[in-house]
Design a protein around this ligand. Sequence first.
Ligand code: KIV
Ligand code: ZN
Length: 393
Amino acid sequence: MSAASDTNKDRVFIFDTTLRDGEQSPGATMTLEEKLQVAETLDDMGVDIIEAGFPIASNGDFEAVVAVAKQVKRSTVAGLARAISADIDRAGEAVRHAQRGRIHTFVSTSPIHLAHQMKKTEDEVIEIIARTVAQARNLIDDVEWSAMDATRTPLEFLKRCVETAIKAGATTINLPDTVGYAVPDEHEKMFRDIITMVPGADKAIFSAHCHNDLGLAVANSLAAVRGGARQVECTINGLGERAGNAALEEIVMALRTRGDAMPYHTEIESTHLARASKVVSAAANFPVQYNKAIVGKNAFAHESGIHQDGMLKNAETYEIMTPASVGIKETTLVMGKHSGRAAFKDKLRELGYELGDNAFQEAFVRFKDLADRKKHVYDADIVALVDDEVGSV
Ligand code: KIV
Ligand code: ZN
């Protein structure tokens, strides 16, 4: 179902731009095969819109958008275009191979971009929006228009731009926080003001596209949803220019876990998230930080004795979602110097040992001693330690 035709007002459409904004991350270039694998993963997971690339950027990018458009079964496939006639034609040519295609065209709207990058007046930008959105709309029914650097654009001018884009036929209006400058309350207000004040705003879906320069991309995206946005643009693992884009897995799980505070939902199958993270990390050759929310190696790992003890009694003591819900097999209790008796006993049981009280006590002391000297205590270390202990009795 297309965003514009969905009547469920609490549904948030997920627009993934891993293959476009994500790939713009220095060093993250992907081959055609890798892009197709990422696209297949996103499609299977239920991503609503996949931004497959920037068709005018190179022949390779064009071919990749065409290949993704032909392969994808469920998602809408978008191609990016500047507000330039040749870009829009090229994007239209690429996405027409999709079952559902979208042209995503953008122009800068902030004073700093107008003065230094575009060297255009506000009136000239309004004329460009009207002309380029209409051109895109003549090629395809699904047109997204973005106000680049929207969050540093005066509200009055932003309103004129949005009204012009909607009149020219844009079905989605994206208000990007291009440089990661926004803070949540202000971001929510910007969306609410634009949506309530612009004539014809009810004809379009509003979209947030947040960069992470201040580490606020996910918080700002959620604030935008509170302000009325119903599409969120994001990437797997938060890959993207500079500090990255809002992380898809964080948005999806925040909405799923805290539906009580934020009554909105996505149609993403969250059990695919861990695999998607691995696929993108391998394709873009970008490691995922250990403590990355949702998909990092440590996201469901516990080392401290107090936490491990709690986890062994009831997982809800220290986990707010299950590992299974994001496609991770199980919680790990990492054995280290912070581990306590309960976890050590559990580990011994898992390794096939049932020790009497004295032997257990001895083994625990030796384990703590080892953990003080060694960063990682592996199962094999514990087996060796207990076998030594048992052998020496
Ligand atoms: O950050 C941005 O403004 C963009 C646009 C092209 C949507 O990526
Ligand atoms: Zn961006």
